[in-house]
Write a protein that binds this ligand. Structure first.
Ligand code: SF4
Length: 238
């Protein structure tokens, strides 16, 4: 089954902590988060050039030995039937693989983990795991049972992982933060990401002002109370 790839960054130091990695972007997503920074991959990927897999593999082959691995991002990569085949090819080059996911497809995660194809998973947890609240954050109805299963599978996998939440005024407030932290209890890495009002899927979000640094710090303390740790990514300067 072929895989469609719409973006390729040859090297990055910021997508996988402590690793020099190439990044692949796979199009399509089953969510419509208003703050999504990849609307082109969600809505209009057919207007984007598809990058031939062979060209990517050739580039990766050349970089073997000095990149540590490949991050597969999107969009939502688990929607593509060719994902497993792609990862097998990457592993055959001796590369480690990190998967970014919205967690909506636990069966795919379980299958990939069972075959030992993943070295790291990063899952977004966008809101407390209740239908209404999650649907608001994800821009449509969500199967929160599936999200819970993904969290459980990731926690039990024993591989490096990260849960992360974009904190956006109007979508997530203080009371939701503690609930999310309880939902991922047992994780060794949890990251709060500040909302950035640029290139958003919903243009109205460009008018939303991110939480100030002191509010993020308060959210961090709430998470630390439940998990004993928490990082902030993209902290605003004031
Ligand atoms: S932010 Fe939301 S809409 Fe955008 S790719 Fe991720 S899950 Fe899909």
């Amino acid at each position: 089954m072929p895989v469609t790839i719409k973006g390729f960054i040859e090297t990055s130091l910021i997508e996988w902590e402590g690793m020099l990695a190439s990044i692949l972007f796979l199009p399509g997503c089953n969510f419509r988060c208003s703050y999504c920074h990849s609307p082109h991959l969600v809505y209009s990927s057919e207007d984007m050039e598809t990058i031939p897999l062979e060209a990517i593999m050739e580039s990766l082959r050349k970089r073997r030995g000095w990149i540590d691995g490949v991050v597969i991002s999107g969009g939502e990569p688990t929607l593509q039937k060719g994902l497993k085949g792609l990862i097998r090819q990457l592993k055959a080059l001796g590369l480690k693989v990190k998967l970014d996911t919205n967690g909506s497809n636990p069966a795919v995660l379980a299958e990939l983990l069972e075959e030992g194809l993943l070295d790291c998973i990063a899952m977004d947890v966008k809101a407390p795991l209740r239908e209404e609240e999650y649907g608001k954050a994800a821009g449509g109805p969500c199967d929160v049972g599936a999200l819970r299963r993904s969290i459980r599978i990731i926690l039990q996998s024993g591989i490096e992982h990260e849960f992360r939440t974009t904190v956006c005024p109007g979508l997530l407030a203080e009371d939701g933060i503690g609930e999310i932290a309880r939902d991922v209890r047992g994780t060794k890495r949890y990251v709060l990401q500040s909302f950035r009002p640029n290139n958003c899927l919903d243009p109205d979000m460009l008018e939303v002002k991110p939480y100030p640094a002191e509010t993020l710090k308060k959210f961090k303390e709430i998470v630390q109370y439940h998990l004993g740790h928490c990082s902030i990514r993209g902290e605003p300067s004031s």
